[in-house]
Design a protein around this ligand. Structure first.
Ligand code: GLA
Length: 370
């Protein structure tokens, strides 16, 4: 089964958003992507489970070739997709690529990226065949206003590419992104491996909370091979503090969300690396206990998101205690968990006594129970 566990990797997009939130096109180069891939290996993230390097928007040449195939920008990506994929595979990693179902990519729409016919509209099969020929392992297929620009309808349009991939015999994780506009959780599980549930997550606390809130009702829809995707990680980017980064990682883990790092892996701090690579958090994210996390406790700014853990894990539940507020909050663990329950702090591995505990503003704690 493809994506039997939530896919993990690194995606180029969040890294190349500059402070004006516009794509840093000049920085999107083969050299840079390879540097990130090497850093994924050297930093230990690959050993921790991160495996895909996903090249998002802004790699394309202005035009397709005479056979109608997508080409890479000749100066920024001199080896072409195949050359790049071979190098990524040579590092023991997998490769993901971006395309859109309509005529315009999002960078064409919003960042004045130059090009004609870059999208896969009416070229689904030739693109699927190219992806297979190049050895692509993962496709990010991004809606980008195709209903407004091209009059397309989401479900049949995304299905068309799923069918093209099938016809091309592709062994490719199919990751779609329509920002939750058309209730993708209701139809995407049939033919997609993951679907974005929100618009773009930005590297700040209000955006993080907004994104988390949009996951509340989605727990019935994900399962192995088909995951809700609350967007790529912003850990290590923008304004997020270390406590906020922790909250971000913990919530994604109980949601069984795909973990696609989006920071500069060549320059991350040890703290950020240790958070992204933490084996206990990753184990929670990758463990399927029958349902992704949902809210199980709420009291003002204090919330708990919990999910069941599989029997093999040796635990009953994984729970994130989240303080959304601006002041320290108090959780009474005696009231929240049954008397016989034993608790373990995933970060430290230490057992946790069941009294009242303080949690700082914008911070979180990830607990396993048994
Ligand atoms: C949209 C997507 C992003 C990224 C950009 C690329 O905004 O949501 O994740 O792929 O397009 O232009």
């Amino acid at each position: 089964m493809l994506a039997a566990q939530p896919p993990m990797g690194w995606n180029s997009w969040n890294r190349f958003l500059n402070s004006n939130l516009r794509a840093d096109i000049a920085a999107t180069t083969e050299k840079e992507i390879l540097a990130q891939a090497k850093a994924m290996v050297d930093s230990g993230l690959a050993a921790a489970g991160y495996e895909y390097i996903v090249l998002d928007d802004c790699y394309q040449a202005k035009r397709r070739d005479h056979l109608g195939r997508i080409q890479t920008h000749p100066h920024r990506f001199p080896s072409g997709i195949k050359g790049l994929v071979d190098q990524i595979h040579g590092l023991g990693l997998k490769f993901g690529l971006y395309s859109v179902p309509g005529t315009l990519t999002c960078a064409q729409q919003y960042d004045d990226y130059n090009g004609d016919d870059l999208g896969s509209l009416n070229r689904e099969l030739i693109d699927a065949e190219s992806f297979v020929e190049w050895g692509v392992d993962y496709l990010k297929y991004d809606w980008c206003r195709a209903h407004l620009n091209d009059g397309l309808i989401a479900e049949p349009t995304f299905r068309k590419m799923a069918e093209a991939l099938k016809t091309a015999n592709a062994d490719i994780v199919y990751s779609i992104s329509e920002y939750g506009l058309f209730e993708p959780h209701k139809w995407a599980p049939e033919f997609c491996n993951m679907w974005r549930t929100t618009d773009d997550l930005m590297p700040n606390w209000p955006s993080l909370l907004r994104t988390i809130d949009l996951q509340r009702k989605l727990y019935p829809y994900s399962k192995p091979g088909a995951w809700n995707d609350p967007d790529m990680l912003q850990i290590g980017n923008g304004e997020l503090s270390m406590a906020e980064n922790r909250a971000h990682m913990y919530v994604w883990a109980v949601l069984n969300a795909p973990l696609m790092a989006g920071n500069d892996l060549t320059r991350m701090s040890d703290e950020v690396r240790d958070l992204l690579a933490h084996p206990g958090i990753i184990a929670v994210d990758q463990d399927w206990g029958g349902q992704q996390g949902k809210v199980t406790f709420a009291d003002g700014d204090l919330e708990i998101w919990s999910k069941p853990m599989s029997q093999e894990s040796g635990f009953k539940t994984a729970s994130v205690l989240l303080n959304r507020g601006e002041t320290t909050g108090k959780f009474d663990l005696n009231r929240i968990f049954e008397t016989s329950t034993e608790l373990q702090d995933v970060w430290s591995g230490d057992s946790v006594a069941k009294g009242a505990i303080d949690l700082a503003a914008h911070d979180a704690l990830l607990l396993l129970s048994r």
